[in-house]
Design a protein around this ligand. Sequence first.
Ligand code: MN3
Length: 207
Amino acid sequence: MNNTANEKVSGHILSPLPYAPNALDPVISAQTISFHYGKHHKAYADNLNKLIAGTALVSMPLEQIIAETAGKVDKTAIFNNAAQTWNHTFYWSSLRPKGGGEPPAVLKKKIEEAFNTVDQCRKELAAAANSQFGSGWAWLVLDGDRLKVVKTSNADTPLTKGMKPLLNIDIWEHAYYLDYHNRRIDYVDIVLGKLINWEFAADNLGR
Ligand code: MN3
């Protein structure tokens, strides 16, 4: 069915999980990962590949597809699926087994400049995640030279607002409903405490 170009792009876009599906258990169960990665994330990538097949977008890196389609009413479906593909790959790396704790020194210094303490940064991330009405994302970003916490709705990403994402937290219900039901606040709290990947955020600072 698929042509060669499509296969190639498809393989490029659905990035492998950076750990085993049960590696985040019991904070995020293997069952949640199997649906979240294997169904939701895969569907965004598959839909994107169908939507861009045969167009000029097919040869572009994902970030460029996002930039090219952002804010264009006739490209909303492509933007949504491209951004969600990117957001999820970024989310898997924003988590790690035995995460949480204290950020590496270079990041900690930037956090203290912007938020005073790491704990205050965690609180602002939690407040952003818990106050997002409906589906979306909470982000730690670099805006100019200063760290900031922002939230976005649905597929939206700070990439299109000139900010550099450092880490994100998925706050769509599919991210937590099987494990935490309606308790988003519990999911956000435990993710920040036990899984958040400060090393990934520190690496992104320098990219
Ligand atoms: Mn998701």
